[in-house]
Design a protein around this ligand. Structure first.
Ligand code: AMP
Ligand code: MG
Length: 491
């Protein structure tokens, strides 16, 4: 495989060829203080055939810290709008992100290289164009954790920090995360063209996205409707994965919804510790619009916004038909994922209640979501087995025993064998997730210039399904201080 240096990265900037009204071309603004590398992710470097040795060069922090460009980059900020907390905002756009270019790899894939936190753009509105070290660490670690879990997501190549001061509730330091995705086009990229009645341009954008990301649809007659069908499918699958793993996005505005159905824009996200379906991870979300159990509905709501924006291109009935498929798809996929989490292979009518009843019990008894499912892999279905480690999750052990009897029966019905089931379950029930307190520990160390915890978590979370020697503490539920950390959008 070719190993590129920074200077030999191969760019093909297709977005920069689109009409000029789709973006603003501009360079990143260097930090006021020198940039330094905080963390580097070799597995993302592989996606663009970048030699990992390059991270040792001082120029690396220069390029990905926004102070220099390499040949082939054509930096720009993308324009979009979107519905934020249910309200249409006519213009948003990359207010602090800058797309450097699309790097091509040997397999012919193109990866957007986007700096987040790279200074003011024409779309910064009241913001300062910056991101703080804290938020870049969260985005960097969580996007790689999601990838490790098998959930479609943007990726992250590195974090570059600086002593550059950034003013939030407190004075913090600025940092940049280099985000990668096949595309950063969002639902909001379509909405802005629709609401501005730029229907020709809307078609240009749709044709572009289809040509590059849904190429099998290019020749089809009703391609815009088919395209929407596929976005619906991908979004439904994505959100069912979030639900199954117990993850909340926190800011599911339409400008944060990827047209590729990948997880996009990590802010006040959270993995559930004690199971609570009404979990709200975003401190600023007072009404719980983006609560954990609302995510499937919000997915539909957001897709309806996209459908509206596609009205000039496709038949209303077709778009409606696609929307009608969303809920069954989302629920069906969720049930498949949950069956796998319970180690069930066959599909039975009573599974929904078996699963729901356990979840209700977990809620009532404040049971740790990730650890319970990981431990459920140890379940013994023999007539005498008590399953003590599982009972211990519940205050009312009798209530668990009652449920466990039903589970045993269900396992017997399909002739499930304990050892086989455990192997399958350990492949879908992670041992390690990025709990807020783990991220917080890495952040606090990094703020004191010790970046080692970031790298440790990165490696751990890239392999969340395997037991890693000496790392059991990282699977622990949060200590008291880490239980209800307030995380908001101001990052
Ligand atoms: P988010 O909620 O992070 O998806 O951001 C919503 C919008 O606000 C996007 O257009 C962002 O680019 C913009 N934005 C967020 N933070 C900043 C900031 N510090 N400076 C400029 N724009 C920002
Ligand atoms: Mg956003």
């Amino acid at each position: 495989m070719t190993k590129h240096s920074l200077e030999t990265l191969s760019f093909d900037n297709t977005y920069a060829r689109l009409p000029e009204s789709f973006y603003a071309k501009l360079s990143p603004t260097p930090f006021s203080e020198p940039p330094h590398l905080v963390s580097f992710n070799p597995s993302a470097a592989e996606l663009i055939d970048l030699d990992p040795e390059q991270a040792k060069r001082p120029e690396f922090a220069g390029v990905f810290g926004g102070s220099m460009l390499v040949p082939g980059m054509e930096p720009l900020a993308m324009l979009y709008s979107g519905h934020q907390f249910g309200v249409y905002v006519p213009q948003l756009g990359d207010g602090r992100a800058i797309l450097l270019g699309e790097a091509r790899n040997e397999r012919g894939e193109r990866w957007d290289l986007q700096l987040k936190g790279a200074g003011l753009t024409p779309f910064s509105r009241d913001g300062d164009g910056r991101a703080v070290l804290r938020s870049t660490i969260r985005e960097y670690l969580c996007s790689e954790a999601m990838h490790g879990l098998g959930i479609p997501t943007t990726r992250a190549l590195c974090i570059v920090g600086s002593e550059h001061k950034v003013f939030r509730e407190q004075v913090e330091t600025g940092a940049i995360v280099l985000r990668m995705a096949p595309s950063h086009v969002r639902f909001g990229s379509f909405e802005i063209l629709y609401y501005r009645k730029q229907y020709e341009q809307l078609k240009v954008l749709a044709d572009y996205v289809i040509a590059h990301h849904y190429p099998h649809l290019v020749e089809t007659a009703d391609k815009y409707a088919r395209f929407f069908h596929e976005v619906v499918e991908r979004t439904a699958k994505l959100i069912s994965q979030w639900q199954a793993v117990g993850w909340a996005h926190g800011v599911m505005n339409t400008d944060n919804m990827s047209i590729l159905g990948i997880t996009l824009d990590y802010g006040p996200f959270g993995f559930i510790d004690d199971y609570d379906p009404g979990f709200i991870c975003n401190h600023s979300d007072h009404n719980g619009r983006y609560a954990f159990n609302q995510q499937p509905y919000i997915g539909l709501w957001n897709l309806s916004c996209l459908a509206q924006a596609l009205l000039p291109l496709a038949q209303k009935e077709e778009l409606k038909a696609a929307l009608d498929r969303y809920t069954p798809l989302c629920e069906g996929r969720y049930m498949e994922l949950m069956r796998a989490k319970f180690g069930l292979i066959e599909t039975k009518e009573e599974d929904a209640s078996l699963i729901q009843d356990l979840l209700a019990l977990m809620h009532l008894h404040h049971v740790d979501y990730t650890n319970f499912f990981r431990t459920l892999g140890l379940f013994q279905a023999g007539p005498e087995s008590q399953n003590e480690p599982l009972r211990d999750f519940f205050l009312d052990r009798g209530a668990f025993d009652q449920w466990a009897r039903r589970y045993k029966d269900r396992l017997h019905e399909e002739g499930s064998r304990d050892e086989d089931r455990m192997v399958h379950m350990n492949r879908v029930n992670p041992k390690y997730v990025l709990r807020n307190y783990l991220a917080q520990t890495a952040i606090e160390k990094a703020q004191k210039k010790d970046f080692s915890e970031i790298d440790r978590l990165l490696i751990l979370l890239q392999n969340p399904y395997s037991d890693q020697p000496g790392m059991d503490a990282y699977a622990s539920p949060p200590p008291n201080w880490g239980k209800h950390l307030a995380v908001s959008c101001s990052s």
